[in-house]
Design a protein around this ligand. Sequence first.
Ligand code: NAG
Ligand code: NAG
Length: 190
Amino acid sequence: METGQKYFILIVFAFLHIYNVCVANVKWQARPISISKNTTDPNYMDLNVKIERFGQGEFAFTGTYFTTIEMDESVTVELRIYSCYSGNEADYKLTPYSIQPQKFIDYLNTFYKDLLMKNLGDCTDLPKYEDGYVPPWPKGTFNFTRCQISGEGMPEVVPEGFYKALVIISALPAVELQFTVILKVTTKMF
Ligand SMILES: *[C@@H]1O[C@H](CO)[C@@H](O)[C@H](O)[C@H]1NC(C)=O
Ligand SMILES: *[C@@H]1O[C@H](CO)[C@@H](O)[C@H](O)[C@H]1NC(C)=O
């Protein structure tokens, strides 16, 4: 599987809490289609990431994440995963893998520390927590420079089709950030 593509899959599956499944030989591949975002107030929180394509179908991500608010107990993260076979906007259906809003802080000691940071490695200056999250989450601009991921913890089989992951980081009333990642999954031919 190509490295940059794994980042999209990571975002989707890391939230599904199956990231501890270690699979050596995945039978599918994914191609990023788009990434988009909305923020209710870019002065409080923003994400600007773009897909870079290079070489033989390689992908990477470059951009910034920005926050100036207190990322405390009140901040939640929600994930909605939609899928469809056709790729037509009207055909997307919500999947059972979606998860209700959970505390942002609860992600830091699980998915963030164990999977996201291990996979991203040194392409980002986001904080690293080897021994568990120590508050507060720092404010400021964090950078992603040609991030590709190592691909830990991917499921072996994923049905073909289009997948849309909508992530909602909510710190209302101050700010709500939404971002959407669309990718296309195909079965690998050996
Ligand atoms: C951003 O908002 C627009 C208008 O409400 C919507 O069409 C679009 O899907 C949103 N994008 C994301 C990433 O949430
Ligand atoms: C991200 O890059 C900017 C511009 O180079 C820099 O000012 C900022 O300190 C970087 N962020 C971190 C967390 O290092």
